[in-house]
Design a binder for this molecule. Structure first.
Ligand code: AP5
Ligand code: MG
Length: 213
């Protein structure tokens, strides 16, 4: 089962992708998490990606596509995966289709998590992230057991550099211009399913499992 998560920054793609990955036993592949892990480890790729991420801009397609195709070529992705944050532009989606086509495969579901812009900025300022294991919390909606500490790995939780209100607004602009066209792209392929992302996260997940079966 190959699934794509679509939605604005902060819509809950990562939250739902992790739940899908667990229930359907497929890897959760997030380009944002891959970039953040590289930034944390000070790699060349991380340094390059950070320039764009800190401004709320997209990392160039060439770089992102290479990273993603390498990742999904790994053994654990053979049975499927849930992509979170990729594709984010039409060219990325086309490259993915082409690569899958070569192996006689295709994306099965594109899940669009819908949340209006007004809700997003508020959500992001409350998000806390673990840069070690990728777990995500929210100070009100999904608090960790111990304030500021990751339940999963015990490391410190941080406010992501790109979750400042001004950067979030840039990310929303970029989303509307560059990523939203993917909704029509997958609609035309007949695999688009939209869910109401403003509902409680367990209700959002219930709607998704209804779609995935
Ligand atoms: P990325 O890491 O993908 O960030 P994003 O798309 O901006 O999305 P977020 O991770 O911010 O939000 P989310 O939808 O995962 O929401 P979450 O579940 O955390 O990308 C970061 C950057 O990397 C990009 O700006 C770009 O520069 C670069 N990049 C990545 N991929 C790229 C690509 N393909 N091409 C080019 N550049 C790329 O939830 C948000 C908060 O809300 C959390 O606190 C959560 O606990 C809470 N929450 C979740 N669901 C609910 C709910 N139902 N009710 C209440 N609260 C909820
Ligand atoms: Mg995310």
């Amino acid at each position: 089962m190959k699934i794509i998560m679509l939605g604005a920054p902060g819509a809950g793609k990562g939250t739902q992708a992790k739940m899908i990955a667990e229930k359907y036993d497929v890897p959760h592949v997030s380009t944002g998490d891959i970039f953040r892990a590289n930034i944390k480890n000070g790699t060349e790729l991380g340094m390059e990606a950070k320039k764009y991420m800190d401004e709320g801009l997209l990392v160039p397609d060439e770089l992102t596509v290479r990273i993603l195709l390498d990742r999904v070529a790994q053994e654990d992705c053979r049975k499927g995966y849930v992509l979170d944050g990729f594709p984010r532009t039409i060219p990325q989606a086309e490259v993915l289709d082409e690569a899958l086509g070569k192996t006689g495969s295709k994306i099965d579901y594109a899940i669009n998590v819908e949340v209006p812009d007004e809700n997003i900025v508020k959500r992001m300022s409350g998000r806390r992230a673990c840069l070690s294991c990728g777990a995500t919390y929210h100070v009100e909606h999904v608090p960790p057991q111990k304030e500021g500490i990751c339940d999963v790995c015990g490391k410190e939780l941080v406010l992501r550099d790109d979750d400042k209100a001004e950067t979030v607004r840039n990310r929303l602009d970029v989303y509307h211009k560059q990523t939203q066209p993917l909704i029509d792209f997958y609609q035309a392929k007949g695999i688009l399913h939209s869910v109401d992302g403003t509902a409680d996260m367990n209700d959002v997940f219930a709607a998704i499992t209804e779609i995935l079966g």
